[in-house]
Design a protein around this ligand. Structure first.
Ligand code: SF4
Ligand code: SF4
Length: 376
């Protein structure tokens, strides 16, 4: 058996195969009545202008300059595809993507900044998008994509879990004050207490941040997976940081609820991505594709975090589709609708370069529709 076949065989069959059936929700308000409040109506109109976005994701290279524990790129078989190093091939792909309605590109793994000529080729065709990077190598300023710089704790933790030394100073040097950059602090079970100092350091250097949760790849057996205690600790920490750094932390109470609930986002909201929603005939379920480095794509792996276990999915990028697509489910009462608007505002602020976050409308925890709020 080749190492590739061994890895595929090791993958536990625990990603759900059937669409998740959600509990019904009680609808006590009409939609027009929810919009009577001026602030709510303005926010609805603000976010609604971006409903035209149609995204797909693209693995630009299978090479990385770090080696992170639990990296979902280096799980499953996508890591073994051949690189396409000719920028013209990417330019041609982008042209085809535009023809099928894609107008927002997520350029990712392994480490996109190592292939700047491919980012440039993509940008020449599609100017809306995000580049996910570990921030060690700066992406040229003329490429005006949103840039997600991944942070997994302070330098001591990063040295242990990412095998990279002195990461934060390098990331800050490259992206301090850069309007494109949003630092994504990924909470594992072990780096919660150090987050305040890291976020403070980022804010001091005029770097904005938001939060993601370590979400275990299928078959993951390491120690970073969250438990009830760590979920509660992350919830308290993120809300404290939101209060302390309102200009530099892009987050809301509902983000904290959705991403730190004991149930995964798949269980709370179901998921629109083709990987688990193969019958979709509209929206992201119909148009989303996850391209590999050889420009192939596979519906069974087409979600923004392929190879993550749906039963543990709390990743910030998944939520942008999972929660944001659930307008109807959240348009039930003023608090739930305001919480959803905050969530979508956070999503757009950390995905669309130039979109600015407004003050949150709902500054208290609201339960996900059909479920109880977590204690803690
Ligand atoms: S930097 Fe990103 S792609 Fe590279 S090993 Fe870490 S998580 Fe994986
Ligand atoms: S986004 Fe999350 S819930 Fe959806 S298919 Fe991917 S891992 Fe599963």
């Amino acid at each position: 058996m080749s190492s590739h076949e061994q890895l595929v065989a090791l993958r536990a069959p625990n990603s759900p195969k059937k669409p998740n059936i959600l509990p019904p929700v009680e609808r006590t308000w009409k939609f027009d009545d929810l919009l009577r409040d001026d602030l709510v109506r303005e926010r609805w109109e603000k976010v609604q202008r971006f409903f035209f976005l149609r995204e797909s994701t693209y693995d630009l290279t299978n090479v990385c300059n770090l080696d992170c524990d639990g990296c979902f790129y280096f799980q499953g078989d996508k890591q073994f595809t051949k690189n396409t190093s000719d920028p013209e091939a990417w330019r041609a792909l982008m042209r085809e993507e535009k023809k099928r309605g894609i107008n927002f590109v997520v350029l990712a793994g392994a480490e996109a900044s190592l292939v700047p000529e491919i980012i440039e080729a993509c940008y020449s065709e599609v100017q809306l998008g995000v580049v996910a990077t570990n921030g060690i190598k700066k992406i040229a300023e003329e490429l005006a994509y949103r840039i997600h710089v991944s942070v997994w704790g302070n330098d001591e933790s990063s040295a242990k879990t990412r095998l990279g030394k002195g990461l934060l100073p390098k990331q800050i040097k490259n992206y301090a004050g850069d309007s494109r950059a949003v630092f994504i602090y990924t909470f594992t079970r072990h780096n919660i207490a150090e987050a305040p100092a890291v976020i403070e350091e980022l804010a001091k250097n005029d770097c904005r941040s938001t939060f993601s949760m370590f979400s275990a790849p299928v078959g993951y057996t390491g120690t970073l997976r969250h438990d009830a205690e760590s979920l509660a600790a992350v919830r308290a920490t993120t809300l404290d940081l939101l209060e302390r750094f309102p200009k530099h932390v892009l987050f809301s109470h509902y983000n904290a609820v959705a991403h730190t609930h004991e149930k995964s986002m798949y269980e709370l909201f179901s998921c629109p991505y083709p990987r688990v929603n193969k019958q979709a005939n509209l929206g992201i379920g119909k148009t989303f594709r996850g391209y590999r480095t050889d420009l192939s794509w596979n519906m069974d792996a087409s979600c923004c975090v392929p190879d993550i276990d749906c039963a543990d999915c709390r990743h910030h990028a998944s939520g942008t589709a999972i929660v944001a697509s659930k307008l109807f489910r959240h348009a039930t009462d003023p608090d739930t609708f305001a919480a959803w608007l905050d969530y979508v505002d956070v999503y757009l602020a950390h995905f669309v370069h130039g979109y600015e976050k407004s003050p949150n409308l709902c500054n208290k925890p609201v339960a996900p529709p059909g479920f109880k709020l977590m204690e803690g």
